[in-house]
Design a protein around this ligand. Structure first.
Ligand SMILES: Nc1ncnc2c1ncn2[C@@H]1O[C@H](COP(=O)(O)OP(=O)(O)OP(=O)(O)O)[C@@H](O)[C@H]1O
Length: 363
């Protein structure tokens, strides 16, 4: 999907901004607090229904306003779409897709694959396994139509099984409990199958990207399913049943899965510098855009916030080059133009200057 027009109203310091971005690369320049990241935040809302900076939507609404709206016109293949989202001070949300109202953010998100890279993106490697599962599941959401149904079914069954664990009166051998455990195992297998298949697509892409981004290291990438090697999920559930009953929750399954990165047998985050970690994240995120391009008709919108932070000029350039090769529409923010001294070579770029929430396109 390529954005043709983006209109933002009452979002932080952006009162009424209209942007006609390039389908290729867009540079957004402005001093601290001018509103650059807020433009990315607006596009992020279209792709996720939420901010990448806060979970409190009302903090994003401009002071004294009742709601904010982000609207875009976009093109995929030869089809045009009009997509919009507004968030209100009472926390309600309105989504519109080609003029039809909906309250399903997933419908909007499925149209607009948005990826963001910020100075905080290294959290995917430093933070909890949940962040790495999210990374993988985002690709599956966009590539495999039936993935969302499978992952929602698993989540519901997990909740139900956890509730049964907490009800100590139903012992593990209880037929009702057995039935729900078998259902959980069925969806656990399906979900794991999806993820393993996606990992087998992503690993070669990530590894190839790393030859450009971190040529001095060999990073070993593996997927942990969420339960002991050599056991089926049913066996693992049975083995942990006594403990799970005591604790009141299911401790094995795809909700415990993780992606592991090792260098010389050590966790990658204990070996790499902060800048190198960011390059590993860059390789991961680039792989998702390449995966979308290879396995779907979709293309990504990529938001690169504060490109100068912790990436040297050569790395900035190679990252942008590679993203553009995967037919991504790119939005890059920087405080000063000199952080982007290599950009003259890009054809079809656009440059926007932001000052106090006003956006001016450089002609
Ligand atoms: N709810 C709000 N209403 C109005 N203005 C807001 C609101 N929330 C934040 N702001 C202001 O909007 C601006 C948003 O700045 P933003 O984070 O987009 O800046 P930036 O150009 O990315 O800066 P930096 O380079 O420092 O990251 C800031 O000046 C901030 O004080």
């Amino acid at each position: 999907m390529k954005l043709d027009t983006v209109q933002i109203r009452n979002l932080r310091n952006l009162q009424n901004v209209i942007l006609k971005p390039s389908h290729s690369v867009n540079f957004i320049i402005g001093i601290n607090g001018s509103g650059k990241s807020s433009i990315l935040e607006a596009v992020h809302y279209l792709g996720f229904g939420r901010s990448f900076r806060t979970s409190k939507h009302k903090h994003v609404i401009q002071n004294q306003a009742e709601s904010f709206t982000v609207f875009c016109e976009c093109t995929e293949q030869d089809s045009n779409y009009r997509l919009g989202l507004s968030r209100h001070i009472d926390d309600s949300v309105n989504v519109s897709i080609n003029g039809l109202k909906s309250n399903k953010i997933s419908e909007l998100a499925s149209k607009l694959p948005v990826q963001i890279f910020t100075p905080q993106s290294s959290d995917i490697l430093l933070g909890a396994p949940k962040l790495r599962r999210k990374y993988l599941d985002w690709c599956l959401f966009h590539v495999e139509h039936s993935f969302l149904i499978c992952s929602n079914s698993y989540a519901k069954l997990l909740k139900h099984n956890n509730a049964l664990c907490r009800k100590h009166q139903a012992g593990y051998a209880d037929p009702q409990r057995r039935y729900w455990s078998e259902m959980l195992a069925k969806f656990a297998n399906e979900l794991t199958e999806f993820r393993i298949q996606m990992m087998s697509r992503l690993i070669p892409l990530i590894t190839s990207n790393l030859t450009h981004f971190l040529p001095e290291f060999y990073v070993e990438i593996s997927y942990y399913r969420g339960w002991e090697k050599g056991l089926s999920i049913s066996e693992a559930l049975e083995k942990s049943a006594d403990r799970d009953y005591k604790n009141g929750f299911i401790s094995v399954g795809p909700h415990k899965a993780d992606i592991r990165f090792k260098i010389d047998g050590k966790p990658a985050h204990e070996v790499l510098s902060r800048g190198q970690l960011r390059m590993l994240v860059a390789a991961l995120q680039l792989a998702t855009t390449q995966c979308l391009m290879s396995y779907t008709e979709k293309t990504c919108i990529f938001l690169l916030d504060d490109v100068g932070a912790e990436l040297d000029a050569a790395k900035r350039e190679v990252f942008i080059d590679k993203l553009l090769e995967s037919n991504t529409q790119l939005f890059v923010t920087a405080i000063e133009k000199h952080q982007l001294e290599f950009i003259d070579k890009y054809q079809n770029k656009k440059m926007f200057h932001v000052e106090h929430g006003q956006v001016r396109e450089e002609i």
